[in-house]
Design a protein around this ligand. Structure first.
Ligand SMILES: [Mg+2]
Length: 266
């Protein structure tokens, strides 16, 4: 299976495109904007896939020096998918409506009850629920009780999955969500083949985009989670030795050189 020169680079934001000391955080570093523009000029479009909302992504793009536009804004961990039409956000339907219906159904069936149970297990010190994304922290004295509640949850039966949990904090989402879902839809409607797609990520949630049916290669910066580095290397992608945006550019350049894609990048 030979990978063709990519027509699409999908990038995660936090820890991948952003971070590493570049300020302000809510803006692509200028050299990263230039990297995306150079790819775009040479026939490789770019897209974002993140937990952020589409509006947050658009604000970031507008605040950045990047001249090209993302061909897709994959938002809220696969919950919603957007395109830009003359600089304005356009929802991809029926993808978004379908997910919104599924979220409402699962909230009624299971998720709201799960949230009540979390609150009973450990009084929340802080809590957010966006209809698809639940985030709760308890006080330190309730950490053990909260952890034992979390350990006993039958996630599958509840139609919910743990996005992350550590210490006093839990983040959970609907189990139909995932970065793979929005990427699959984006590829289907754009006609871009998985073999023409490269993805860049740093967290466990990004591994879903690195499946053979979705991308030819994954790349990651040095700060990526160990599981991500393993997933990248398993499919002959490249893990950068530099962190964050620097590591993404480094990994992409090495991959381009190795695969003979011929991209001319700074
Ligand atoms: Mg990330």
């Amino acid at each position: 299976m030979e990978a063709r020169a990519p027509k699409l680079l999908v990038v995660d934001l936090d820890g991948t495109s952003l971070g590493g000391g570049y300020v302000p955080y809510s803006r692509f570093p200028d050299h990263y904007s230039r990297f995306l523009d150079q790819l775009h000029e040479q026939g490789c479009q770019w897209a974002v896939n993140t937990t952020w909302s589409a509006q947050g992504q658009l604000d970031l793009v507008k605040a950045s020096a990047v001249k090209s536009s993302p061909c897709f804004l994959m938002a809220e961990l696969g919950m919603r998918l957007w395109r830009l039409d003359g600089g304005r956000l356009e929802a991809v339907q029926p993808y978004n409506e379908r997910n919104e219906r599924a979220a409402a159904e699962n909230n009624r069936r299971s998720f709201l009850k799960f949230i009540s149970e979390c609150m009973e297990a450990a009084p929340p010190a802080s809590m957010n629920f966006y209809g698809h994304w639940f985030d709760m922290s308890c006080a330190p004295e309730d950490e053990l009780a909260f952890k034992s509640f979390i350990a006993a949850v039958d996630w599958k039966a509840r139609g919910i999955k743990k996005y992350s949990s550590s210490g006093c904090r839990l983040t959970a989402v609907h189990d139909f969500m995932g970065k793979d879902k929005s990427l699959r839809e984006a590829l289907a409607i754009s006609g871009i083949a998985p073999l023409e797609t490269v993805v860049a990520g740093d967290e466990e949630a990004d591994i879903a985009m690195m499946a053979p049916g979705l991308s030819a290669f994954g790349i990651c910066p040095s700060n990526a989670a160990e599981g991500v580095k393993r997933a990248v290397e398993k499919r002959r992608g490249i893990a950068g030795t530099k962190s964050h945006s620097d590591g993404v550019i480094e990994a992409f350049k090495k991959l381009s050189l190795r695969e003979g894609w011929g991209f001319k990048l700074d």
